[in-house]
Structures are given as C-alpha cells and as structure tokens.
Ligand binder design. Structure first.
Ligand SMILES: Cc1cc2nc3c(=O)[nH]c(=O)nc-3n(C[C@H](O)[C@H](O)[C@H](O)COP(=O)(O)O)c2cc1C
Ligand code: SF4
Ligand code: SF4
Length: 286
C-alpha cells in the first residue's frame, strides 16, 4: 500500500491535520504541497488523501487547480478528504462536491470524508484554551478516523438541499480574494522590514520595491502574512480589516478557562461538536 497525501494550508491548521493523519499511517506515503510540488502521478499510488481548510464554503482554489492537473488513471483508486474549518456546520459540507466530480473524471472515487473544527484564521481570534481543545480533539479523532478508513469503514458526506448551489454562489471567494487582496496595507511605522510576509506568501503576491509594499492580483486570502507578521503591522485587509487574526495560536495545553472577547461562532454547534466527539474518544478507550 502506498498513499499520496496532498494539501493546501494558509496558517498551518491543515498541515497539522495532515501530520496527525500521517502519524497513523504505517505504510509508505508521499506528501505533496499543492503550491510548491509537482502534480502527483496517481498510477504510482493506491490511494489519495486530500487536506484543506474550507474557504467560503468551498475547497480553496489551489486544491481545485492542482486536482484538475492530475492525469486520468486506468484503475480506479480511492480517495479520502480531511477538511477543517472554523465551524462544523452542515453548509460547509458542500465544499467537496466540486472536488468529488473532478476526481471522478480522473477515475478516483471520493469514498470517505471527515471534517474537523480548527481555530479561525480569519473573522475572529479564538482563545488559546479553545484552540487547544480543538486540536486535541482533532488529534484523537483522526487516529480513530484513520483506523476506520484503513479498515474499509467509509464515511459518506451528508448532503442537504441546495448545498451545491450554496457552494457555487460562495465560490465568489476564489475571485473576490484577488480583488480584495490589492487593498491590503502595511503600517510602515510598525513594520520592521523582516520580509517574512514577502518570503512566505504562497501566491508570491507581496512585493517590496522602492521602500514600499505592493500587493498584487493573486491573493488567496489565506491570511498567512497577517497571522505571522511579528509586529501586527497589517493595517488594512481591504473590506475585511475587522476580521484580522494576528499572532499564531500556541496550541499549548491550558486548563484555565478563558472567556472569548468577540465570539463569532455558532455556540450550539461547537457544543454539539465537542460533546459528540469527546464522547466518541472516551468510548474508544473502553
Ligand atoms: C478566506 C477564508 C475563508 C474562510 N471561510 C470559512 C468558511 O466558509 N467556513 C468556515 O467554517 N471557516 C472558514 N474559514 C476558517 C478556516 O477554514 C479555518 O480557520 C482553517 O482552520 C484554516 O486552515 P489553514 O490554517 O490550513 O489555512 C475561512 C478562513 C479564511 C482565511
Ligand atoms: S512580516 Fe510584518 S514586520 Fe515583517 S516585513 Fe511583513 S509587514 Fe513588515
Ligand atoms: S498576500 Fe497574504 S493573504 Fe494573500 S495570498 Fe499572500 S500570504 Fe495569503
């Protein structure tokens, strides 16, 4: 058995999910970053695993573009999707429908799909308490989900009425990012010219010339530049400045409950997610 693991990540959450999955695989596997690496030749692998963050109820554009470049194979292969997002709501389910159809045309069947809650990289900042709770649930859950997948117990996506239409409309995010990204601005009085944002932008969208930062037309809205800026120097995110999340999450265990300053999430849904999956993890120990 040999697996190809492909991923896209903005601020690192999807890569963390991939690492958890990889640590539960005992057979050979190769990892492909859809931004940097060559297109996978699926005739050399037995299965495909895809990892991505949900952006605007869809898979990010780089994932779609990469999968479109995969060559059609003669023998049908199985695919698993592990997606993550700031909400575990059903309308995020449609994010893989387009992907599933592209894969089908390449003779790859999306047979199993999992969705994990991870801290928001955009919209608002979770507390470290919440971020740790999310990552520890994801880590344990992935161990159980990978075992199920490898035992041939597949989880089908739950469809809901109008999900493909909903995802189709919100695909505007793919193009909206390119437009909005041109309005990102840096506060030069805070900036220390470390060039981290320029170096690390996955779209190579930031240029520093004549002592000025220039944002191009390729922004993916991944928020990597904003989150990892050591001086919190981004003063405008175009139309979304109030959704800025600066400073990476620590993901270190903390038992002290912290109240969230501006909680912008569906509380009931979070409660349901934690109750359901923390119970599943506990039961698996028996
Ligand atoms: C541009 C953008 C759009 C997003 N859209 C959604 C969304 O539609 N639904 C959701 O639940 N979370 C959404 N999120 C939150 C991310 O899916 C979440 O923070 C994810 O863990 C980020 O993963 P990454 O670190 O691999 O980029 C969005 C984040 C960004 C940056
Ligand atoms: S990462 Fe922040 S401090 Fe460094 S160059 Fe970019 S804006 Fe300036
Ligand atoms: S400019 Fe920032 S948000 Fe846009 S693609 Fe680059 S790192 Fe991501």
């Amino acid at each position: 058995m040999k697996a190809a693991l492909i991923y896209f990540t903005g601020t690192g959450n999807s890569k963390r999910i991939l690492e958890f999955a990889k640590s539960n695989i005992s057979f050979e596997c190769d990892v492909f970053d859809v931004i940097k690496d060559e297109v996978v030749d699926m005739s050399k692998y037995d299965c495909l695993m895809i990892f991505y963050p949900i952006y605007g109820f869809n898979a990010p554009k780089p994932i779609i573009d990469y999968v479109k470049k995969i060559q059609k194979i003669d023998e049908n292969k199985k695919c698993l999707v592990m997606k993550n997002s700031g909400e575990h709501l059903f309308w995020n389910n449609g994010s893989s429908l387009h992907l599933r159809n592209i894969l089908k045309r390449r003779n790859i069947s999306l047979v199993s799909e999992y969705h994990y809650l991870m801290p928001y990289s955009f919209i608002f900042r979770h507390t470290d308490f919440m971020a740790y709770r999310m990552i520890s649930v994801a880590e344990k859950l992935i161990a159980l989900d990978m075992k199920d997948f490898l035992d041939g117990k597949y989880v089908k996506i739950k469809r809901f009425f109008g999900d493909s239409l909903f995802a189709l409309i919100l695909r505007i995010q793919w193009w909206g990012g390119r437009f909005n990204g041109r309005f990102y601005k840096i506060d030069q009085t805070k900036c220390i010219k470390c060039m981290k944002c320029v170096r690390d932008c996955p779209a190579q969208n930031i240029e520093f010339k004549d002592d000025k930062f220039k944002f191009g037309k390729k922004c993916l809205m991944c928020q990597k530049c904003v989150m990892y800026c050591p001086k919190d120097a981004f003063k405008s995110l175009g139309f979304f400045t109030s959704w800025k999340v600066n400073k990476p999450y620590s993901f270190v265990e903390t038992h002290t409950f912290q109240k969230e300053a501006k909680p912008r999430y569906c509380k009931k849904n979070y409660q349901r997610y934690f109750e359901m999956f923390e119970k599943k993890i506990e039961e698996s120990k028996k």
